[in-house]
Design a protein. Structure first.
Length: 311
C-alpha cells in the first residue's frame, strides 16, 4: 500500500517540473533583487566587447537592454560572426550555462550569448501571467539591439523550447540551426495530456500562492495562469523546415515517476524529428531532465556539431 502514495507524490513532483517548468529537478536558481541590476547601457553591436588576450579565456560582458518598458540582462562573450544563444529552462537564469560558455567559445570561436528572462537573474520582473509571445519579443529585441540578425544557433532547454518554436516560426532567417535540450515540444501538449498536467500541479500552485512574493513561487504562479489555452495554441505550432534541429531527450525524462507520461515525452520527440527534414534525435543516456548539468559533454558536442555545419 505504501508504494502507490510514493509514486503519486513523485509523479506530481515531476509533472510540476514539466508542466510549469519554473522548477527543474527540484532545483531553482535564485533570482537577484531587481535593484541589483547594474546600470549598463546596451551597446549598438556585439562587436563592442573586448577580445581576450592570447591563451586567456574571453570575458563575458553584461548588456542591459530595454524592451516594452522593462530591462533584461544579456551576457555576451565576443567571438566571430556566428552566434550561439543559450536559453535556460524554466526558473533558471543565465548561470545555468556558466560552465559551458567558455568551452563553447574556445572550441568554436563563435560569439556566445546568454540572457536572463524577465523576472529572473538580473532582469526586471514583468507582472501578470507568463506569455511566450513576450518572451520571444524580449529575445528578439535583445539580439537586435546587440547587432545579431543572422547566423544564430539557438540552444533551448526545457520551457525555452516553447520560445524557440515561436521564435523560429517568425524569425527563421535569423537561425542557422537549433539544439533543443529535453525541450517542450508541441507534439507533447495534446488535449489528453494538458488536463493531466494541470491537475497534477494544482497542489504545488496552491502552496506557491501562500508565498507569492518569493521569486520561485512568482514564476510558478505566472506560468500557471492561462496554461491550458497557451498550450493548446502551442500544440499547433510547427517548426520551419529551413532550420535544422537536434533534439536531445534525457533518458529519465522529466516524467520519470510516470511511465505513461515519460513515454509520451519520448514519443513527442520522435514525432517532431519525423515531421520535417534536417532533424536529429539524440538520447542523453544516464541523464535526468537536467541534461546541461548531467551531460554537459554531450550538450557541448551537439552544439559544436550544429555550429560546425554552418561554416
Amino acid at each position: 500500500m505504501s508504494r502507490t502514495p510514493r509514486k503519486r507524490r513523485s509523479t506530481y513532483r515531476v509533472l510540476s517540473a514539466l508542466a510549469l517548468l519554473t522548477l527543474t529537478a527540484g532545483a531553482v536558481t535564485a533570482c537577484s533583487d531587481n535593484n541589483s541590476a547594474p546600470e549598463h547601457a546596451a551597446s549598438s553591436s556585439v562587436t563592442s566587447s573586448a577580445s581576450p588576450g592570447a591563451g586567456r579565456p574571453a570575458a563575458s560582458k553584461l548588456h542591459m537592454i530595454t524592451n516594452d518598458g522593462h530591462r533584461l540582462a544579456f551576457h555576451v562573450t565576443q567571438g566571430d560572426d556566428r552566434t550561439i544563444v543559450l536559453d535556460s529552462g524554466g526558473g533558471e537564469d543565465s548561470s545555468q550555462w556558466k560552465d559551458l560558455v567558455p568551452k563553447l567559445h574556445a572550441d568554436t570561436g563563435a560569439t556566445v550569448v546568454t540572457y536572463d528572462r524577465a523576472g529572473l537573474g538580473r532582469s526586471e520582473v514583468v507582472p501578470g501571467p507568463w506569455k511566450v509571445e513576450s518572451a520571444v519579443s524580449d529575445l528578439k529585441a535583445g539580439l537586435e539591439q546587440l547587432g545579431v540578425t543572422k547566423n544564430v544557433t539557438l540552444v533551448s532547454h526545457s520551457q525555452a523550447g516553447e520560445i524557440a518554436h515561436y521564435f523560429a516560426k517568425d524569425n527563421s532567417k535569423m537561425l542557422s540551426g537549433a539544439v533543443l535540450v529535453d525541450a517542450n515540444l508541441p507534439q507533447f501538449f495534446t488535449d489528453e495530456e494538458i488536463p493531466r498536467l494541470v491537475a497534477a500541479t494544482k497542489p504545488q500552485i496552491d502552496a506557491a500562492k501562500k508565498d507569492p512574493d518569493r521569486p520561485q513561487n512568482r514564476q510558478l504562479i505566472s506560468t500557471a495562469e492561462g496554461f491550458t489555452l497557451a498550450h493548446k495554441a502551442f500544440h499547433k505550432v510547427t517548426w520551419p523546415d529551413s532550420v535544422p534541429a537536434t533534439v536531445m531527450v534525457s533518458e529519465k525524462t522529466p516524467l520519470d515517476g510516470s511511465p505513461v507520461d515519460a513515454q509520451h515525452w519520448r514519443d513527442a520527440a520522435a514525432s517532431f524529428v519525423q515531421d520535417g527534414p534536417g532533424r536529429t534525435l539524440v538520447t542523453a543516456k544516464g541523464s535526468s531532465h537536467e541534461v546541461p548539468k548531467d551531460r554537459p559533454d554531450l550538450v557541448l558536442k551537439e552544439i559544436e556539431e550544429m555550429v560546425a555545419t554552418q561554416r
